[in-house]
Ligand binder design. Structure first.
Ligand code: AP5
Ligand code: MG
Length: 210
């Protein structure tokens, strides 16, 4: 199964992807996570991406397409994958289509998690991520248990000023993908304001054709 999760910053893409990978035994491919690793490691790609990420802007398509090309070629993607935060522009979606065509595979489902902008800021500013396990928490909606305070990090772009810029980038550059995938007949929407468990159930119902 080849799935893509679409949605604004903080819509819950990472939270849901981490729950689905266990059930379907396929990897999560988060371009955001790959970029943050590159920034941390200080690679050339990380250095190029950092400024855009810190400013809430998108990283250039050529960097992102290169990342995906390498990642999809890895053995663990043979059974399928969950794309989280990619594609984010029409050129990225077109490049993905060509890449998958060359590989003889196709996207089965694009699921959009819909959350109004008003809720996004609270979600983003309350997010904490475990630096040990990568688990995603929210101080109010999904509070950490059995985690030490010092193991929880706040992402550098998780502040009000930057999230507003990330939301603008989403509406201007990523939202056109809704129409792109609707035309291909593989697009569904889920109410992302439900609780985490019910969102997972809604996604599973789509994937299982219920
Ligand atoms: P990326 O890391 O992808 O960030 P994003 O798209 O802004 O999305 P987030 O990770 O912030 O949100 P999420 O939807 O995963 O939500 P989460 O599950 O964590 O990208 C970061 C940057 O990298 C970009 O700004 C860009 O610069 C660059 N980049 C990445 N990919 C790129 C690409 N393809 N092209 C160009 N540039 C790219 O949940 C958020 C919070 O809400 C958590 O606290 C969680 O606990 C809570 N929560 C989750 N679900 C619920 C719920 N149902 N109810 C209440 N709270 C909930
Ligand atoms: Mg995420």
């Amino acid at each position: 199964m080849n799935l893509m999760l679409l949605g604004a910053p903080g819509a819950g893409k990472g939270t849901q992807a981490k729950l689905l990978i266990d059930k379907y035994e396929i990897p999560q491919i988060s371009t955001g996570d790959i970029l943050r690793e590159a920034v941390k490691a200080g690679t050339e790609m990380g250095l190029k991406a950092k400024e855009a990420m810190d400013n809430g802007q998108l990283v250039s398509d050529d960097i992102i397409i290169g990342i995906i090309k390498d990642r999809l070629a890895q053995a663990d993607c043979k059974k399928g994958f969950i794309l989280d935060g990619f594609p984010r522009t029409i050129p990225q979606a077109e490049a993905l289509e060509n890449l998958m065509q060359d590989m003889g595979i196709k996207l089965d489902n694009v699921i959009s998690l819909n959350v109004p902008d008003e809720e996004i800021v609270e979600r983003i500013t309350g997010r904490r991520v475990s630096k040990l396990t990568g688990k995603i928490y929210h101080i109010k909606y999904n509070p950490p248990v059995d985690e030490k305070e010092e193991d929880l990090i706040i992402r550098k772009d998780d502040n009000k000023e930057t999230v507003l810029k990330r939301l603008s980038a989403y509406h201007e550059q990523t939202a056109p993908l809704v129409d792109f995938y609707q035309k291909k007949g593989i697009f569904s929407e889920v109410d992302g304001t439900q609780d985490i468990e019910n969102i997972t159930k809604s996604i599973e119902a789509i994937l299982e054709g219920k």
